[in-house]
Design a protein around this ligand. Structure first.
Ligand code: NAD
Length: 349
């Protein structure tokens, strides 16, 4: 087993292995960097095939949170936790109490939130043993449902408009054709915002009900999941899976702008460089999909949704700075985003 030599280790400040024989808990909490504040990141529950796979995942995700929070100007660092287990069959309240006790032992250096495989109910169980939990809705603001997805969609919408403005001089979306891959929690909210702004939607999802909703409620045109990346569109918004920009798909992309919610859209960094050479403006995913983490932070601080939204609007200025630097230095936008994040959190080594 390797930790220090894992490609995602990157000088993590702390990695904690939490086990609890009574509940069968096997979890890893990774704190990548706390230069800007306590680390915050979701708790993922997943039936990892091996412990090494779980270690790599938690390190990779925790490091990513440092970059995301730094670029969205939150007073937070990056962390993440994973529970090795099947969320369909291994969940018990006492398992999450044991997670809460493990988090409490870190004295606030790590703040947990919901992620793949965990739910608001699980966060409430964790909160019985630690107050270091983000995203629990106290019910004081009626506009707050506890779901970060609309906030993520809002940030993507802001970033997408900034990309249009940078490329075309105006952020008017009237008549612009936007291809949206994935109509889930974020994708559908994004489609609604684009529709209200006058854009024409072209959509695909593996779930026929989601497609039906977008066509009837938003007048979207449906295409197959094999066509969506290569349709004739001004903007491509990947909102389903990671790795969609890869050696196979890249040559087929006709959109001049890529701006979507999905994490890790580029299969490898070199695909960012290839997009630059093709003249495609790519809004780095982790920069424009940070609205959800902003809401988790403001919710935890008990501050109103109006403040969350104002903060999310600052994503526009950040992504513009990235586009400008990338154009000036002939670098990919992903490369520039990483360097800007490192400047902000003070990367050493
Ligand atoms: P979701 O599971 O609600 O939606 C994903 C949608 O994609 C589903 O409707 C699914 O049917 C569809 N899909 C799956 N495979 C597809 C394919 N091959 N082609 C077309 N559609 C396909 O997830 P979400 O919460 O909307 O998140 C979407 C993406 O955004 C994910 O990559 C997620 O990691 C990222 N993200 C989400 C948030 C958030 O606040 N929810 C925050 C940051 C990043």
């Amino acid at each position: 087993m390797t930790i220090f030599s894992d490609s995602a280790f990157d000088n993590h400040e702390q990695v904690v292995f939490a086990s609890d024989p009574e509940t069968g808990l096997k979890a890893i909490i990774a704190v990548h960097n706390t230069n800007l504040g306590p680390s915050l990141g979701g708790c993922r529950m997943w039936p990892y095939a091996s412990e090494q796979e779980a270690i790599h995942d938690v390190l990779r995700l925790s490091r990513g949170m440092t970059y995301k929070s730094a670029l969205v100007n939150l007073p937070l660092g990056g962390g993440k936790s994973v529970i090795i287990g099947n969320p369909r069959s291994h969940k018990t309240p006492s398992l999450f109490h044991a997670v809460g006790r493990a988090i409490e032992r870190l004295n606030g250096r790590y703040i947990v939130a919901e992620d793949v495989g965990t739910s608001p109910t699980d966060m409430q169980e964790i909160a019985r043993h630690t107050r270091h939990v983000g995203g629990i809705n106290d019910g004081k603001d009626a506009k707050r449902t506890g779901d970060p997805s609309p906030f993520t969609a809002y940030g993507v919408f802001i970033g997408l408009k900034e990309a249009v403005k940078f490329k075309q001089g105006s952020d008017d979306l009237t008549g612009m054709r936007v291809a949206v891959q994935g109509l889930g929690n974020v994708g559908f909210h994004l489609c609604a915002m684009l529709h209200n702004a006058g854009a024409e939607l072209i959509v695909a999802d593996i779930n026929p009900a989601a497609v039906e909703r977008a066509t009837t409620e938003l007048g979207a045109t449906a295409v197959s999941i094999d066509e969506i990346l290569s349709v004739n569109a001004d903007i491509l918004a990947p909102c389903a899976l990671g790795g969609v920009i890869n050696d196979t798909s890249i040559a087929q992309i006709k959109a001049g702008i890529i701006a979507g919610a999905a994490n890790n859209q580029l299969e490898a960094d070199r695909h960012g460089e290839m997009l630059r050479e093709m003249g495609v403006l790519y809004a780095p995913d982790y920069v424009i999909n940070a609205g959800g983490v902003v809401e988790v932070h403001y919710c935890r601080e008990g501050r109103p949704v109006a403040e969350t939204n104002r903060h999310i609007e600052s994503i526009g200025a950040t992504v513009r700075e990235i586009f400008e630097r990338a154009a000036r230095d002939n670098k990919s936008t992903g490369f520039v985003a990483d360097r800007l994040a490192e400047e902000r959190f003070g990367k050493t080594g």
